[in-house]
Design a protein around this ligand. Structure first.
Ligand code: NDP
Ligand code: MG
Length: 404
């Protein structure tokens, strides 16, 4: 522990978001154990101010320098000595802060990559919600975890569930060596699982963000509706659990009661069940290898009743097939997939692209951009940038075709 108070210092990157606020809720229940070291947000200075007042971090970070200066003044007036920084340097300082032992990586999208990597390189316990960082950099990310002695714990509910159902495994061992046949990743199917296909082109951002079982940020909510979220999660699972997509089976499970499963060679399947509440995986990662209360309602197994399972429909969810295509292509293909998805989802949220054109933009970008075997993060970011340019052009072309 970096400070002498005996408490574990925790930095929350993306503190004002859905995962960030859930993390602060869990931390507030265990003030005898954890101290908040740094909190970051992008633009929501009002919420960050409230979080600073409650948790009194050493450091706070906002995107723009002007916003940071204004927050610094407000915090001083409120009698807090929190330092406020801004921009990428601020995020990196928060990720590396010596008084932080653990870092919750909960920024959304590619913006989270460099701060999350900074936390890895500082050898922290990195609690990974920001799946896009791992999808983009894959092997580079995992090699850095190993090289820097960081501890990587999955926050994504499926991966946290798999982590809990996995047997211990030595560094070089494969899944087969420990008797694991495959990972079963569950997916709710999102809000449009049963919507007639002919109605999907007209769905609105509000409908897409109304997830039946989870309350989440807008980007991941749209990803859940297209099932690109599950595609990103298959990629995430391959890296986290050192396996191939053939050993990761996606199963639709509309109730979101089972968060994922591990199937063993003897025919056993171990499953993780809980109420759909992110505080469960967050508390798990904070307390690991111990356990502590999360604040989530315990699952009433009798009241929850049925557990249904279905095969995912790739015609309804073409984004899932695109993710498999990117994994098979390898190299920077998954970074290109992620970048095109971020551009398409943002355009959909801004009502510049219909829902059904999201996979079209991603597919056209995968067709147009050349993938590379990246020798470092800069090479990944170069292909990410190119994919964004191409995807934005595809969105503009779509809009001009759709114009009356
Ligand atoms: P939200 O949109 O709710 O929150 C995102 C956070 O990131 C906010 O604090 C936001 O700040 C900050 N942020 C946004 N853009 C930037 C940027 N350019 N630079 C720095 N900070 C930025 O997202 P979620 O909490 O839903 O998701 C966070 C991550 O966790 C995602 O990668 C998602 O896939 C993953 N995840 C989320 C789950 C969930 O239940 N929500 C479940 C599993 C995984 P501000 O508020 O100021 O905009
Ligand atoms: Mg998930």
């Amino acid at each position: 522990m970096a400070e002498n108070d005996g408490l574990i210092g925790v930095t929350v990157l993306g503190a004002t978001g859905s995962v960030g606020m859930n993390t602060l809720d869990v931390l507030a229940r265990h003030r005898d154990r954890y101290r908040v070291a740094a909190l970051t947000a992008h633009t929501d200075s009002e919420r960050l101010f409230a979080c600073c007042r409650e948790h009194r971090p050493e450091l706070a970070v906002l995107g723009r320098a002007g916003d940071a200066a204004a927050l610094q003044d407000r915090l001083r007036e409120a009698g807090l000595d929190t330092q406020v920084l801004s921009g990428p340097e601020g995020l990196e300082a928060a990720a590396r802060l010596p008084s932080a032992d653990y870092v919750m990586a909960a920024i959304v999208g590619a913006a989270g990559l460099l701060p999350t990597l900074a936390a890895v390189r500082a050898g922290k316990r990195v609690m990974l919600a920001n799946k896009e960082a791992l999808v983009m950099t894959g092997r580079i990310f995992m090699d850095e975890v190993e090289r820097c002695g960081a501890e990587l714990l999955p926050i994504d509910s499926e991966h946290n569930a798999v982590f809990q159902c996995m047997p211990p495994r030595a560094a070089g061992a494969d899944l087969e060596d420990v008797g694991v046949e495959r990972i079963l990743l569950t997916a709710s199917g999102g809000p449009f699982r049963t919507t007639p296909l002919s109605e999907l082109h007209a769905v609105t951002p509000e409908q897409a963000c109304a997830h039946p079982n989870w309350v989440m940020g807008r980007k991941i909510s749209v990803d859940s509706a297209t099932m690109m979220n599950k595609g990103l999660e298959v990629i995430e699972a391959c890296w986290l659990f050192r396996t191939t997509p053939e050993r990761v089976r996606v199963v639709l499970h509309p109730q979101s009661t089972i968060h994922s499963m591990v199937e063993y060679v003897d025919g056993s399947i171990l499953a993780h069940l809980a109420t759909p509440d992110m505080r469960v995986p967050i508390a798990h990662a904070l307390a690991w290898p111990g356990r502590m209360r999360s604040g989530a309602e315990p699952l009433d197994i009798v009241a929850s009743g049925r557990l249904d399972f279905e095969e995912p429909d790739l015609e309804r969810f073409p984004c899932l097939a695109l993710a498999y295509r990117a994994i098979a292509a390898g190299g920077t293909a998954t970074a290109v997939l992620n970048a095109a998805n971020e551009v398409a989802v943002q355009s959909f949220l801004e009502r510049r692209l219909p829902f059904t054109a999201i996979p079209q933009v991603i597919e056209a970008t995968l067709d147009a951009v050349e993938f590379h075997a990246p020798d470092g993060v800069d090479a990944v970011l170069a292909d990410d940038a190119q994919a964004r340019t191409v995807a934005a052009r595809m969105v503009a072309r779509h809009a001009s075709r759709a114009a009356p």
